[in-house]
Design a binder for this molecule. Structure first.
Ligand code: GDP
Ligand code: MG
Length: 613
């Protein structure tokens, strides 16, 4: 395939607007690559992970190659499916690096949503050709003319360029592929140049080691080539090259413009550096600018329920981070929970997905501590980023060594029908919002006119239940996206009023339960957690005070009565399914007791405390 018949493109959209459906439909329509017998009509081929199928979201970008015949020419279309959720915008910008164009897919029943806006800007910044496509035209409530007007006013898109389709029925899908061929420019690069390949993703295969996805920018990659990584300087023999069709199909070589996979005996996950440039041993090239490393926004500790499982857990985490390079890992040890890992995630959904994948794919039985954002703690002579509540200073202010604390902020955008605007503003203000502003996406004023609300919010305010609140207070209509807005300087006079909260059992702090909180919620949070502990901790032979404290000040307290002879183990609530699985596993592992402040605490009590919100 010479360059001029190759098209590398991506589908970008707000979640649920139909990316995966369109991707699957295109693959099906064109190539017959998907034998109908194997993949039922409802099964989405590109969403391969179990967690993706369960949650109906795309987490991991996948690629698929297809052959398209048009005007008596044979085109090679390389489609890269991207995740839609805000937490995965890093995956989005990475997939776009291999593309020359993108389909901006918008659900014609819903219109432009918060993530339609952010992905549009990412694609625009990269200079990609954008093809606007309205989806779900088969639905009676689709309103293509109104949504087209939104595209025009929001993005300056020419209405004549907007395509209308139904990914579900297949109507208009062929025209989309035709537009891909006509409007998106082919990749450049020549077979006569030295090999230059962009490594943009990797996954782990138990038998072949690391499998890397590459985009050939110049030259040819062949099986048997000896290649070098610009990043590490390490040399490898290419043992297999192939294309995703959409399953892996080995080929003899990859040409300029092509997207494919390679296996080259990379053993370690860390060797496949996303954004790396690969070249032939004897023909060095300049490395391409790599990608911005992903920035962790939310941290949590992950511990095995059975402490002897730590080695296995750590290995599973390392394997999993190979397919998700945006997770950062550090070892952590806790007096309460033993050895574990402190992981950094791009957001809370990302964290939940990672946890679920650990449980599903690696059968791990784990305890995850409450999520924390990275705070900046300013000492007289240095500034330290603190991503673990136990490292947060217990006291700060004019009298202490700590001069101030800064917290990470985000610029949030919410798209919502006008009738919910007031509720959304209330929600934002209750979460310490600042710089609140709004603008209309639709002209005219009906209750269903869409409004985009923007404000700055502390990141810590959205890592807990913000999204759930947003959805429930808008009857599910609000969409939400955010971007990093740096740190907010602390003001010692007004005070950021952020403190470490600890929980004490019989007067001794339980490190794994420490939190960093804003003063305005100290009573609410203190009481909730103390009650939770009270429910979960088994009675002892003596009375046990359970307290929440900020510094030396006690904020909430419950007292666990001493054990009576007739008391059997208490029953308490929890996430039902997870708990069942947990109970099964518990039979096998010994119940491990921890002693904290003279209190005997089974390790799995933490599981129950931390897995209920
Ligand atoms: P993604 O999150 O953007 O990948 O969205 P999906 O492809 O998973 O689609 C989200 C939901 O919309 C699924 O339930 C699809 O069956 C449905 N859907 C997608 N395209 C269409 C369409 O053209 N018409 C209708 N009626 N439903 C669609
Ligand atoms: Mg999807």
């Amino acid at each position: 395939f010479p360059c001029e018949v190759i098209r590398n493109f991506s589908i970008i959209a707000h979640i649920d607007h139909g990316k995966s459906t369109l991707a699957d439909r295109s693959v099906q329509l064109l190539t017959g690559t998907i034998p109908r017998k194997v993949f039922g009509a409802n099964q989405q081929v590109l969403d391969k992970l179990k967690v993706e199928r369960e949650r109906g979201i795309t987490v991991k970008a996948q690629t698929a190659s297809m052959i398209y015949h048009s005007n008596r020419k044979k085109y090679l279309l390389n489609l890269i499916d991207t995740p839609g959720h805000v937490d995965f915008s890093w995956e989005v910008s990475r997939s776009l690096a291999a593309c020359q164009g993108a389909l901006l897919l918008v659900d014609a029943t819903q219109g432009v949503q918060a993530q339609s806006i952010s992905v549009f800007h990412i694609a625009k910044e990269r200079g990609l050709e954008i093809i606007p496509v309205l989806n779900k035209l088969d639905m009676p409530i689709a309103d293509p003319s109104r949504i087209t007007a939104q595209l025009q006013s929001m993005f300056g898109i020419n209405p004549a360029e907007v395509l209308q389709i139904s990914a579900k029925t297949g109507r208009g899908v062929e025209a989309v592929l035709q537009a891909v061929v006509e409007r998106i420019s082919p990749p450049s690069g020549s077979v006569h140049e030295p090999l230059k390949a962009l490594l943009f993703d990797s996954q782990y295969d138990r038998y072949r080691g690391v499998i890397s996805l590459v985009n050939i920018k110049g030259g040819v990659m062949r099986k048997g080539d000896r290649i070098v990584s610009c990043h590490t300087g390490k040399k490898y023999d290419v043992t297999e090259v192939g294309v995703m069709y959409p399953e892996e199909i080995p080929v003899t070589h990859l040409q300029p413009g092509q997207v494919g996979y390679i296996a080259c005996n990379m053993k370690e996950s860390t060797e496949a550096h996303v954004g790396d440039t690969l070249h032939q041993v004897n023909a060095p090239v300049d490395p391409m600018p790599g990608f911005q490393p992903a920035k962790a926004m939310v941290y949590a500790g992950v511990f095995p329920v059975d402490t002897s499982d730590f080695i296995k857990l750590e290995e599973s985490i390392r394997r999993l981070t190979l397919t998700d390079r945006s997770v950062t890992i550090q070892r952590e040890s806790s007096t309460a929970l033993g050895q574990g890992c402190r992981l950094g995630f791009l957001g809370t959904l990302h964290m939940d997905v990672f946890r679920q994948r650990l449980e599903d794919e690696y059968d791990a039985n784990i305890i995850v501590t409450a999520p924390t954002v990275p705070y900046k703690v300013i000492y007289r002579d240095q500034t330290v980023i603190v991503s673990n509540p136990t490292d947060f200073p217990d006291e700060w202010g004019p009298a202490s060594r700590v001069h101030g604390v800064q917290e990470p902020m985000v610029k949030a955008s919410i798209v919502v029908p006008e009738e919910y605007l007031g509720d959304m503003m209330d929600l934002c203000f209750s979460r310490r919002a600042d710089n609140l502003d709004h603008r209309y996406l639709d002209s005219g004023t009906s209750a269903s006119a869409r409004v985009m609300l923007t404000c700055t919010l502390p990141l810590s305010e959205i890592v807990t239940d913000f999204f759930d609140q947003l959805k429930s207070r808008s009857s599910g209509y609000a969409s939400f996206d955010y971007e990093d807005a740096g740190y907010k300087a602390s003001d010692l006079l007004l005070g950021l009023r952020i403190f470490q909260m600890t929980f004490l059992l019989n007067g001794k702090p339980v490190d794994a339960l420490a939190l960093v909180i804003h003063r305005s919620v100290e009573h609410k949070i203190g009481r909730t957690w103390v009650r939770k502990l009270h429910k979960v901790i088994p009675r002892q032979l003596f009375e046990v005070p359970i307290q929440a404290a900020i510094g030396k000040r006690i904020v909430a307290r419950e007292t666990l009565a001493a054990m009576r002879a007739d008391v059997t183990a208490g029953l308490y609530g929890g996430h039902y399914e997870r708990k069942l699985k947990h109970l099964e596993n518990q039979k096998e592992s010994k119940r491990r007791m921890k002693k904290i402040g003279n209190v005997d605490l089974p390790q799995d009590a933490f599981f129950d405390i931390l897995s209920t919100r």
